[in-house]
Design a protein around this ligand. Sequence first.
Ligand SMILES: [Zn+2]
Length: 510
Amino acid sequence: MRRDHFEVTHRDMMGRVGKLYTPHGTVQTPALMPVINPNIEFIPPSELRKFGAEILITNSYIIYRSDRLREKALEKGLHSLLKTDMPVMTDSGSYQLMVYGDVEVTNKEIVEFQKKIGSDIAVPLDVPTPPDADESLIVEDMKITLEREREAAEIFNGSDNLLAFPIQGSTNPAMRRKFAEEVRKIAESYGVRPIFPVGAVVPLLDAYRFSDVVRALLEAKSVLPSCYPVHLFGAGHPMLFALAAALGCDLFDSAAYALYARDGRYMTMRGTEKLKEMNEFPCCCPVCSSYSPAELRKMDRKDRERLLAEHNLYVSFQEIRTVRQAIRSKTLFELVESRIRSHPYLLNAWRLLKEGRYQEMLEALDPGIKGRFFYTGVESLMRPAVKRHHERVLNVPPPKSKVIVATFSSGLPADLYLRPCFGVLPAQLLECYPPGHAEMPEDSLIDGEAIEVAVEGFLKYASAYKNTAFEVHLLEEELEVWGRLEEAVMRVALDNVSFKVVKVSEDPDR
Ligand SMILES: [Zn+2]
């Protein structure tokens, strides 16, 4: 396998900003590929650059089936047919296979066709296994698809054009993982430039089964080295981009911008609105700043669809740029934690990352040092930075045999501080990332879980240093929040910890 086609330049969480090198130029990732239907005159490829597109995707099966398109593509090439000099990925007809159950082409024919017409990224005719399939069907489909992927790898061996190795496996996590392992072996045994799409997620996305999508993605990622580019095939809604990019997706494709427009649906980062129910456009793209929803409704169908699709593209590329910038500035956690609040099922999906195996994956790749830590809710407790601080502080012994402990927010002088989320914060780490840089709600207003985590951290620390006497100073008004620390200390019978309620007037510095 060749690895010279993908270069990572910035990382945050499991996400990355990178460069994908194709025969028709370099693409910044995460990238969004608008889907072009070569049969339908809509927004022409030449205009897609203005929205932010750097790569397109079309369907080679549609071209192959039409005599006119096929002959033109064979004679002049795919890029000439689409009148674009941008890189173009081609799908193979798998989608038609999923929808109609059959296609009139063999894998070999469609893969060779994609090679002949100069596709920058070709896709074998993989079999999309539907959600909730029996294991026997998954195994059967997997066997066929892997054979086809091997055949495609033979055809593309030594080619500079990229080849997709779709990963199927339905909603069975173990089978997704197994599939990814097998397909990785195939890709690695040929001289190909692979990308790895996670396939058949459209039915899951349509049903808002985001947890299944996240699991499929994480299982595939768990066996793919992080240097390989990954495509979430069929995920075209901007509300999903931040989350999927954070888990290591580099490519997205959108047919949704046009399909939604046809249905009168208006995309936002927070979900989808119906044009017929809208009074105002909450967006400042050229479409939304020129027209009102009422004006759009009055237009003829063709103009309306075109303008809605344009808005959908603007908002989609805006989110892709937002994601890339968040990765560069290492603020992707803050972005994802705000995006998952737009749908309860996204929140569900994100909470899967509490599972130990997934935590480890995230921890292995998330950078240790960042500029800031904004607490946005209980999900912030799942960040590796929190766990790392709790582990690290256990290796920082108390400075003397008797230490004063106070909350960070009280302003009382102390040797060790207590902070929600982080637990123990030795005075010498006050300037360190993350606890010293964290911005959080006040102790009395933060989620109870953030206090619990801090209490657990303190108990561990005080248990690790049994020969040290810890005198915890609390202000009277803090007792309601931090009083639970005293209860916890009593519960586990830690006799090296004592408590003192301090009145502010006793502190001469205040
Ligand atoms: Zn707009």
